[in-house]
Design a protein around this ligand. Structure first.
Ligand code: GYE
Length: 371
């Protein structure tokens, strides 16, 4: 029994030696083939692992794909972080759920990425995930919406819009407009809010609330979230129209997509849209100034559109390059934005000692617009 076992082992060993020799010859032959190939291909073909090894990896946790703004933003970031420039971008769509974004951050940490880009769907609730990234030594850049964390050292830098100022610009425009048409009656306003708890919603809503409480003739008769989407914007506008009927004068849409939905609902219910409040037209204010939003502004359907730019890609690349060079970034950076209206009477606005131009929209502007 023991003999047969030894014999079997010897035979097995022999077989393994023969097999190994055969594999070595094959490997040598194959290598020879691939060396031959390089003679034709000039440059040796790198395998994917060595390409990945030489790239800077960036985990990108995006809010979702809820709006035109968001789609343009994803495109801007994806087009900026290319393999040509030395980056491997790992994109994750959070589908407007914070839990998905937190999960993505943890996956990026497991993958040991070099940097994390985060556009947080809401402000609160990031402490643990960002602390884990910090402990793993991965720099985090937050952009667009902000995080509200106990310790701002949990992220390296934030860049985004001043959402309160955006709201203030819209409300100041409305004040100036009403003065210019000598309208001194009461106005009923409804607010289609963005995703509750998102910086863009918090700032824009607060600016409206503040303006309403300062102005005795402005009445906020309904305020509800439409989650920044066309479908929900339409749904809540329909409900508001049913409840308030012809008593709505102004619709404050916290983004263009909700304005598209609101416009559909208003038209379907048989009300008129425009700036002639004395003639019962419903006046629409919107934010983002996306291509479609600006076309509606050019046509006078949206009375004023306050810009919010989604084009962060190149700025984020610069920030990551600066970090790579060992520079310290500004903690918070606000980007500059414009405002658009085709009502001719208001050329600029004065807010807190600063002047802001109100631009007209024409075909040329639309053609050259990137989003
Ligand atoms: O206004 C809206 C998008 O966070 C600024 O999110 C962004 C907002 C933008 O869905 O359209």
């Amino acid at each position: 029994m023991a003999d047969t076992l030894i014999m079997f082992n010897i035979r097995k060993k022999g077989f393994i030696i023969v097999l190994s020799a055969f594999m070595m010859i094959m490997a040598f032959w194959l290598q020879g083939c691939s060396l031959d190939n390089t003679a034709y291909d000039e440059e040796p073909v790198k395998d994917s692992e060595s390409i990945a090894g030489s790239l800077i990896t960036v985990g990108f946790s995006q809010v979702g794909s809820e709006s035109d703004w968001r789609m343009a933003n994803t495109k801007s970031v994806q087009e900026a972080f290319t393999v040509d420039k030395g980056y491997a971008l790992i994109f994750n769509d959070g589908q407007q759920k914070q839990e998905n974004q937190i999960k993505a951050i943890r996956e990026f940490i497991d993958q040991d990425v070099d940097y994390i880009l985060l556009d947080p769907c809401v402000e609160k609730g990031w402490d643990s995930a960002l602390r884990e990234a910090k402990e793993a030594g991965i720099p985090v850049i937050v952009y667009d919406r902000m995080v509200d964390v106990s310790d701002t050292d949990l992220y390296d830098a934030w860049i985004g819009s001043d959402f309160y100022l955006e709201g203030k610009k819209a409300c100041t425009w409305l004040t100036e407009y009403l003065e210019s048409i000598e309208y001194d009656g009461d106005i009923n306003i409804v607010d289609l809010q963005g995703t509750l708890g998102a910086s863009a919603q918090i700032g824009r809503t607060k600016a409206l609330n503040d303006a309403v409480s300062k102005n005795g003739k402005w009445h906020l008769i309904a305020q509800e979230t439409g989650d920044f989407t066309t479908a929900k914007g339409k749904e809540i506008m329909e409900a508001m129209l049913i409840k308030n009927g012809g008593n709505i004068n102004v619709v404050y849409c916290e983004n263009d997509n909700m304005a598209y939905g609101a416009i559909e609902a208003i038209r379907a219910a048989g009300y008129k849209i425009g700036t002639n409040l004395k003639n019962n037209e419903i006046l629409i204010l919107s934010f983002d100034a996306s291509n479609e939003g600006l076309r509606l502004t050019m046509d006078g359907v949206i009375a004023v559109n306050t810009e919010c730019s989604p084009l962060y890609g190149d700025m984020l690349v610069e920030m990551i390059e600066a970090l790579g060079d060992g520079e310290k970034l500004e903690k918070n950076t606000y980007i500059e934005e414009e405002q658009f209206s085709n009502f001719k009477g208001i050329g600029s606005l004065r807010i807190d000692g600063n002047s802001y131009f109100v631009n007209e929209v024409d075909e040329e502007l639309l053609e050259n617009r990137e989003y």
